[in-house]
Design a protein around this ligand. Structure first.
Ligand SMILES: [Ca+2]
Length: 386
């Protein structure tokens, strides 16, 4: 009898901890649906979550709620994102009144995470404002303006979003629009989502903290390199380009529009199902650095008299993605020879980069464009050599 009790106790001693362990696992798997986590924000600022002030110093404690159940053995991975989705979720986070995304830098301890936020600026269509200024070096002056710029779209269903990550220097543009109605039906383009520096002469926004001294007279400026690193995807039938654009006006700061005798210059590095306005009048071979190699690229030159002079250089073999670098003077010299001496006195107002799109036969217009780099490097050579 004693032997039986002894064996029973031994069995109990073995089974009980195992049963408790299984119950413990089940308890956590079934019942724990949220976890309290301390998050340390790197940097100074005011933190809002879902519009509520959570912290005015650099440390923030809040509760993360995961949709659904969590398993006991599930690793604690945190992904901070603005949109609700699968996995861990935090509502919109504003840091210094800018929407932030971020990632876990380090797990400091049990449930304590160090999160480093990227500062991002985001604009959307539909929305009150379709532009924003970017002050990359924090000196109070804009280095660039981003603008969704659906200038010929009267109405559209769907959304477009442009987000600039200030910490990584990357521009993201995504749109999914349908039922587009143009403002002017005779114009085949709906818009030109873009980033630019200088003074765009069609509105009052300026980004004068550029690495080149614009606006200034063509005759006073030096040449500069334009570097772009990008990736673009879109509907296979869509009419679209990726183009650099500049306006040349008689006033140093023009805010209203462009007039006769003034000049618009576009450089199309990518295009699909789209032709420039007017007629092809010439061809030009320009050495372009593409992914580190110099390539002699042929550009068609198109001209239209749009009251002002419209000149578009369209590359023969489009570059859909890659790192592209070229001298502005390569194109400006041709414009000078074509327009004549009066071009010397015009002001180079701005340098823009965007994706011009149109074509009403596409029901839903999808564009995803990432611009990893847009930089201008001023040189000691004159913009006009002659
Ligand atoms: Ca600045």
């Amino acid at each position: 009898m004693y032997g039986f009790i002894s064996r029973f106790r031994s069995l109990l001693a073995l089974i009980l901890p195992l049963a408790f362990f299984v119950a413990y696992l089940l308890f956590f798997y079934v019942h724990v649906v949220d976890v309290r986590v301390d998050v340390v924000i790197l940097g100074e600022g005011v933190v809002f979550i879902d519009g509520q002030l959570f912290s005015s110093n650099s440390t923030l404690t809040f509760r993360l709620v995961k949709h659904g159940l969590i398993g006991f053995l599930e690793p604690l991975n945190l992904r901070v994102e603005a949109k609700p989705g699968r996995g861990w979720m935090i509502g919109e986070i504003l840091f210094n009144n800018k929407t932030c995304t971020g990632g876990v830098v380090e797990v400091l301890g049990d449930g304590v995470l160090l999160v480093d936020f990227d500062r991002v600026i985001s604009i959307s269509y539909p929305g009150d404002l379709d532009f924003a200024g970017l002050d990359l070096d924090g000196d109070g002056l804009f280095d660039f303006i981003i603008e969704i710029n659906l200038w010929n779209t009267l109405s559209a269903s769907g959304t477009a979003n442009m987000t600039f990550n200030l910490d990584r220097g990357i521009l993201y543009y995504g749109q999914c629009l349908w039922d587009l109605t143009p403002k002017y039906s005779e114009i085949e383009v709906y818009g030109y989502p873009e980033i630019w520096c200088g003074n765009k002469p069609w509105n009052e926004y300026m980004a004068l903290d550029s690495s080149i001294p614009i606006p200034d007279r063509v005759s006073s400026l030096n040449d500069f390199y334009v570097t772009l690193s990008y990736n673009l995807s879109h509907n296979s039938q869509l009419s679209i380009n990726l183009a650099v654009e500049s306006w040349f006006t008689r006033d140093k700061f023009r805010f209203t529009r462009v007039f006769a005798g003034e000049v618009e210059v576009m450089i199309w590095l990518y295009w699909h199902n789209l032709s420039p306005a007017g007629f092809k009048i010439d061809e030009l071979i320009v050495p372009i650095e593409v992914d580190g190699e110099i390539v002699n690229c042929t550009f068609e030159v198109w001209y239209a008299n749009m009251n002002w002079h419209y000149i578009a250089f369209r590359i023969l073999e489009p570059i859909k993605f890659g790192v592209v670098r070229f001298n502005y003077a390569s194109f400006i010299e041709w414009v000078y020879e074509f327009i004549g001496d009066e071009f010397r006195n015009l002001y180079l107002e701005d340098v823009e980069v965007g994706v011009e799109f149109g074509d009403s036969t596409i029901k839903t217009v999808v564009i995803n464009w990432i611009l990893y780099d847009f930089s201008l490097q001023y040189t000691s050579e004159r913009l006009l050599k002659s």
